[in-house]
Design a binder for this molecule. Structure first.
Ligand code: FES
Ligand code: FES
Length: 149
């Protein structure tokens, strides 16, 4: 199958039921996307498919055919790198494990709603669990980006 990841086309031969997370990490070695619960519950594996956040551990790769996948590796060259910079400035990550998924949910939010209210931010980010409790810093980093845009 043909799959578009971070604006690059990949021709792959694999089981069409393989979760996208496995394709990213094990086949393409794009290990920025993390495995947490494997059940669609924690948000650690969040990526974007056609600009919408999805749980890559729970979506089979055939669903991605003809769509655009974006992962944490793909935001460096986009305006959304400002989120990464704000994350660093506000020292958001603790253990860091959830943060790739957090950032991709934040990118997904700003792609569809460039000027969200606080309640829209909380709503968009609520599916991403952080065992280190970085939620206030995530909010601060997002607000920094919004204030400067
Ligand atoms: S690893 Fe996919 S939601 Fe937890
Ligand atoms: S920073 Fe450790 S789980 Fe979120």
């Amino acid at each position: 199958m043909l799959i578009n990841i971070n604006d690059k086309e990949y021709e792959l031969e694999l089981s069409l039921d393989m979760p996208i997370l496995w394709v990213l990490r094990d086949v393409l070695e794009l290990t920025g996307t993390k495995y947490g619960c494997g059940k669609g519950l924690c948000g650690a594996c969040t990526i974007l498919m056609d600009d919408k956040p999805i749980r890559s551990c729970s979506v089979p790769v055939h669903i991605a055919e003809g769509k655009k996948i974006q992962t944490i590796e793909g935001i460096e060259e986009t305006p959304y790198r400002l989120l990464q910079e704000a994350w660093i400035k506000e020292q958001v990550p603790q253990c860091g494990y959830c943060q790739s998924g957090q950032l991709m949910s934040a990118v997904g939010l700003l792609k569809t709603n460039p000027n969200p209210t606080e309640s829209e931010i909380l709503d968009a980010m609520q599916g991403n669990i952080c065992r280190c409790g970085t939620y206030p810093r995530i909010l601060k980093a997002l607000n920094t980006v919004l204030e400067n845009s």
